[in-house]
Write a protein that binds this ligand. Sequence first.
Ligand code: GDP
Ligand code: MG
Length: 655
Amino acid sequence: MEALIPVINKLQDVFNTVGADIIHLPQIAVVGTQSSGKSSVLESLVGRDLLPRGTGIVTRRPLILQLVNVDPGDARKNDDSGKHQNLSNLSDEWGKFLHTKNQIFTDFEEIRQEIENETARISGNNKGISDDPIHLKIFSPHVVNLTLVDLPGITKVPVGDQPNDIEVQIKDLILKHISNPNCIILAVTAANTDMATSEALKVAREVDPDGRRTLAVVTKLDLMDAGTDAMDVLMGRVIPVKLGLIGVVNRSQLDINNKKSVADAIRDEHAFLQKKYPSLANRNGTKYLARTLNRLLMHHIRDCLPELKTRINVLAAQYQSLLSSYGEPVEDQSATLLQLITKFATEYCNTIEGTAKYIETAELCGGARICYIFHETFGRTLESVDPLGGLSTIDILTAIRNATGPRPSLFVPEISFELLVKKQVKRLEEPSLRCVELVHEEMQRIIQHCSNYSTQELQRFPKLHEAIVEVVTCLLRKRLPITNEMVHNLVAIELAYINTKHPDFADACGVMNNNIEVCTRNKILSHTYIFLITVLFSEKHPPFPLKPVPVARKLSSREQRDCEVIERLIKSYFLIVRKNIQDSVPKAVMHFLVNHVKDSLQSELVGQLYKSGLLNDLLTESEDMAQRRKEAADMLQALQKASQVIAEIRETHMW
Ligand code: GDP
Ligand code: MG
């Protein structure tokens, strides 16, 4: 078992690094009523006078006392921080408080004084209590490795500064320490009180009903009434305690006053047991208690190991992924910059192509959204444009008349058709430019998408991120007028030449000429009246208009027919052009905006950002990143060490 001590020490230190609240250490806590001898028991386990003891409430803050076994020869060497101290006063036993940092106490009288001062500092001078623990480490070749917790005693009646609910408060404080399933409970009961009603065992049972981690200690064997003994109690016949009952004799108040040494006390205890309980002497006493505790602790650690190991592994995995999300510290700046730029550019293009690693499920994005804009948004808008929208019969007639000039004409003048159809085609420009704008917006949105999901490393370098966004935004902005110009031209091209020889148009004209006579005859009456009503009542055409068309005159059948001819021609030609635009605008947007940006993004980014003068600035990490990375790395290292230590302990088949 001795071989395990250094490993346990290591484990302990590792746990300290990892943080006690992350891993609960097996430790030993004393519980019992006030003055039952809890502090005395702990003290004799330590083998040195160091704890304040006495009548009334003495222990008023939890004391976490860690005993560390050190080799007698190179005692101080084991404790690195000791190097900073004055080594002239070499001693093989010393203590250190957490609250006094590296200060070394070799005088145990001073340690006790420091506990008293520190108790008073937080809990005041008048019997008040506090749940804020004092941490003390004792280094000695004469101790086994134990962590002990001294707690205030159970009390019922408030005295001094104590609040009315002192009983509840102390009980809560005790429960807080002993409810940890990794805690071994030392339930202390004085032999001169009734064991059957022991408060210590009662409170222990609350958190350990099966008695798997409770050990009963019976103190003050020397103070029993004449004619009585603790035989029944120690044999477990009064209250059975699974892990056992161990009787001890501590120093009395008189012994304390007379400064009786621990060594003397232990010798006397041994003599007392030999004399009074010869058959039980080798299973009682302070030394036996220490050995029992050490064994229990070892078993306890062994039982906790698998779970500890799992917890450490889970934590290690968490820190590992945290660490990798922070990325490696930058060593080769230009390589890193180039890599990040390339990654961003690739991700940007992938989002357009639909090959991105992170596929968005909440909404359309990237290339899919561009497709939607082309075929749904833009396509539908174009389809909803009425070929004759904004053209009234009167507009058409006026145009025909204007085109004829002073001569009456035999045929519908072609020039009026051209004029009117151009007017209609022009209406396709606005939705086309709107389409460019929507795609441009989407391209802008992809930048955000890439920053959010795909290139998390970029978050590390806010300046580079900003610069990349700036470059891409500029590139997009630069392409916008060029694309707009092209789309404008697509419409201008249509306007430039009305191709009445277009095969689809020629067909439409042929069909129309055959039908026109029939149509005119059938519809002539109704059409005329509608026209008249329009002229008379519409606000646009008041009763005495300046328009050349006389008011309240029936349209001649000629006018009627001309109008219909023109309308049909416009409609037929407009549909041809609309189809062209619907087809060519997306192509133009792809070529001049989307593909161009996609193809030149990488070189644009490299050209503008990959400059030696910019490297330092662009790769400045966000302020807390370096710090966070270091913390995560340290934690990970501590966890790996812990894991290794646990593996070592499990391999040592010494249980
Ligand atoms: P705590 O309040 O439970 O921590 O009890 P202390 O350890 O402070 O002890 C209270 C008083 O009981 C002190 O005066 C001790 O000297 C005395 N005492 C403790 N254990 C024994 C014992 O086994 N025998 C005798 N005679 N006195 C003891
Ligand atoms: Mg005490």
